[in-house]
Design a protein around this ligand. Structure first.
Ligand code: URA
Length: 208
């Protein structure tokens, strides 16, 4: 299954030539959601063999200013370790760069980004991946898949290896989905399949 890779209109101004320039543009941009604090940027080595794309920063990521460091991030770290992937050699980012939430008392509750919000960040995400240059791009969950494919697609039916434009890709679930599973048997099964996905992702980046 080859996913579409349509160019999105570039934001006004000169095209960023480096990741630092791109990150400055993202940081200075106005977020499309009303209650947003800071932009949480991608993290990891330029030239990493793998880039993992999540949905959006959560409460903890927004507080720390780093992607994928909250409960879902810790679960992803655990699965990566079990699959023999070293997080320090992976570039991690999000499709949406600001935390979208609803305030309930003192708590900030995650809110799912709309298609328009995903589109808002897409040019930046594509540019970011061009500047990092991974061999394999991993979509973690439905929002990342929509952003990378340029259209909404069913996640489970497409789970597995794919292409995003001219790059190798892999579609898998978001670790927060695993966190939400309650039934112990279903959880254990989902965990095994997740680690198997990550093993396949590790192998996919091996030079042919
Ligand atoms: N979920 C994501 O998709 N990204 C984060 O950075 C944190 C949670």
């Amino acid at each position: 299954m080859a996913a579409r890779h349509e160019p999105d209109p570039a934001p006004p101004g000169p095209e960023p030539r480096t990741l630092d320039e791109l990150n400055r543009m993202i940081t200075e941009s106005r977020p499309p959601m009303a209650a947003a604090t800071r932009a949480v940027l991608g993290e990891g080595p330029i030239g990493a063999a793998w880039a993992f794309v999540g949905e959006q920063p959560g409460d903890q990521e927004d507080r720390e200013g780093r992607p994928v460091v909250g409960p879902a991030g810790r679960l992803l770290d655990q699965a990566m370790a079990e699959a023999g992937l070293d997080r320090s050699r992976i570039y991690l980012t999000n499709a949406v760069k600001h935390f979208k939430f609803v305030q309930r008392g003192k708590r900030r509750i995650h809110a799912t980004p709309t298609a328009g919000e995903i589109r808002h960040y897409r040019w930046w995400l594509m540019k970011e991946l061009d500047l990092v240059g991974p061999r394999v791009v991993v979509a973690l969950g439905a929002t990342a898949l929509t952003a990378l494919a340029g259209k909404a697609m069913p996640l489970m039916a497409n789970r597995g290896p794919t292409r995003f434009g001219n790059r190798l890709g892999f579609i898998t679930v978001h670790p927060s989905w695993l966190l939400r599973l309650r039934d112990p048997e279903a959880k254990a099964e989902a965990w095994e399949r997740y680690v198997a996905d990550l093993r396949a992702i590790r192998v996919l980046a091996a030079p042919s």
